[in-house]
Design a protein around this ligand. Sequence first.
Ligand code: AMP
Ligand code: ZN
Length: 117
Amino acid sequence: MAGEPQADCLFCKIVAKEVPATVVRETETTLAFRDINPQAPTHVLVIPKVHHPDAASLAAAEPEIAADVLREAGEVAAQEQSDSYRIVFNTGTGAGQTVFHAHAHVLGGRGLQWPPG
Ligand code: AMP
Ligand code: ZN
């Protein structure tokens, strides 16, 4: 069922503390932790604790939690003292999505190219 923990999902396992992560922020509905393969000095993933496969599915099913993810992305950037940063939701394998539990990448701490690749 949408929103329920998925046994084969890496980020559900991080939420359940079955897989370790370097957590930088936590709220009732979200978890923020450092990406294991950082692409910038600040590279933090913000995830909803509930399982949805991508950002749009999360927003359709639980819009308040989608807003929580965005708010927390801003809080992470502030905590990391990044006043310029990028929030990315890769969606679909062609766009580089590899973990099918909604997550925001928060990237900062260096100049960021536009348009992205
Ligand atoms: P995406 O490719 O957009 O689905 O993003 C998934 C991200 O999860 C990638 O940037 C990975 O480096 C990151 N990742 C994979 N495994 C872990 C882990 N155990 N802890 C933290 N980040 C991870
Ligand atoms: Zn999950």
